[in-house]
Design a protein around this ligand. Structure first.
Ligand code: HEM
Length: 346
């Protein structure tokens, strides 16, 4: 591990969150930032704060771009709406998730057992990237939960970048072109609107899950960088979240904790910080899933079950490991995304 990596071990993130003011205006972000769990819960449950509409039509017309598929997908996200449209879309997403959940978990269980076998049989005395192995297992189960098992090879980890308003135009064009290709590959018998719906479901859950599982594993390994997988102590609930922050917009002037948030001002809620609220090491927080609010994640049960299956499988692995290095995705302010977790297996 390099010095800068060891300096940024988990406790320092806890220190970073603990020295942030509860709420303040950031000139560089041109929005409010909030790090306090009680305030975050209050804001998420207050109807004055509405969700970001993720509308990219202004951007596309200003630059004369065709981002039709991305725009359609964004309009289908329940988390881009309030009121009746939100309720309707939320119901549609929840029904599909509940319908596919059991099969998706079974697929994941089988795939993660294959990962464990592969490490045991083929990787002793080798350096491997755990992320590659985890990606394959999650891709297969997420394709099932999104109702399109045939797309298990989809490179989905970039799709969620459409949710980040700082994503560059170049990246948006790249994602849109990729989505065009995927749509062409989907069955011609499936109506266009259904294809968009399944892609939207895949996009909304994939990075959160991939980020949360891999960041939780990495956190566990960083706390014990060398040893046997069977001796690792995994938290029963997800210790770390892949979703760093949520964004809301004030629909009228409002006073919160002695500051006045003006109509149309944005506020970023650092939900990840709630995991560190009482401890320098993160601990599971229901805020990771925006619970209990009107936008509480309908993929919460599935995701927590995935973590349990995953951590049980990894801790059954009777080999030694040493954490060699790791990296996080650059330029993504919404998702915590380890892109590699390199370990040596003995
Ligand atoms: C550990 C993994 C996950 C985490 C940490 C997570 C977190 C969240 C959070 C914080 C929200 C609220 C967003 C907001 O209020 O702005 C949300 C919403 C949502 N999540 Fe998840 N999520 C995860 C996995 C999933 C999965 C696997 C799916 C789908 C299979 C999914 C589907 C959704 C949907 C459809 C919404 C929108 C709900 C609404 O607006 O009513 N999530 N998620």
């Amino acid at each position: 591990m390099t010095t800068s990596q060891s300096e940024s071990l988990c406790p320092s993130k806890g220190i970073y969150f603990s020295i942030q003011p509860n709420i303040y205006w950031s000139d560089s972000f041109q929005r409010w930032l909030c790090f306090d769990r009680t305030l975050i819960d209050q804001i998420l449950n207050d109807d004055t704060f509405r969700v970001h509409d993720f509308d990219i039509d202004q951007l596309t017309s200003r630059f004369n771009l065709d981002l039709k598929i991305s725009s359609k997908i964004l309009k289908l996200f329940p988390l881009a709406h309030e009121g009746d449209i939100h309720q309707e879309l939320r119901k549609k997403f929840t029904i599909e998730i509940n319908k596919n959940q059991k099969n998706a978990l079974e697929v994941f269980k089988t795939e993660i057992q294959l990962v464990v076998q592969k490490i045991k049989n083929d990787c002793v005395n080798k350096e491997i990237d755990l992320i590659d192995l985890i990606h394959t297992a999650i891709k297969k189960s997420n394709a099932v939960i999104a109702g399109m098992p045939q797309l298990s090879n989809l490179n989905f980890s970039d799709l969620s970048r459409v949710l980040d308003d700082k994503t560059s135009i170049k990246k948006r064009v790249e994602i849109n072109n990729y989505l065009e290709e995927v749509l062409d590959e989907m069955s011609s018998k499936m109506p266009y609107e259904d294809k968009i719906f399944h892609l939207a479901l895949l996009a909304v859950g994939s990075s959160s899950l991939l980020g949360s599982l891999s960041d939780s594993l990495l956190l566990t390994l960083r706390c014990t960088p060398k040893g046997k997988f069977t001796n690792l102590s995994f938290d029963f609930d997800l210790p770390a979240s892949g979703v760093s922050l949520l964004e809301r917009v004030a629909s009228k002037d409002i006073v919160i904790s002695n500051v006045t948030i003006l109509k149309d001002q944005k506020i970023q809620l650092y939900i990840e910080s709630s995991g560190y609220q009482t401890n320098p090491m993160p601990q599971y927080s229901t805020t990771y899933f925006a619970a209990p609010t009107r936008h509480v994640c309908p993929g919460m049960k599935y995701s927590l079950d995935m973590w349990r299956i995953f951590s049980e499988a990894i801790s059954s692995l009777d080999v030694s490991y040493e954490l060699i290095d790791f990296n996080y995705r650059n330029g993504d302010s919404v998702f915590n995304f380890p892109t590699s977790i390199r370990v040596k297996i003995d």
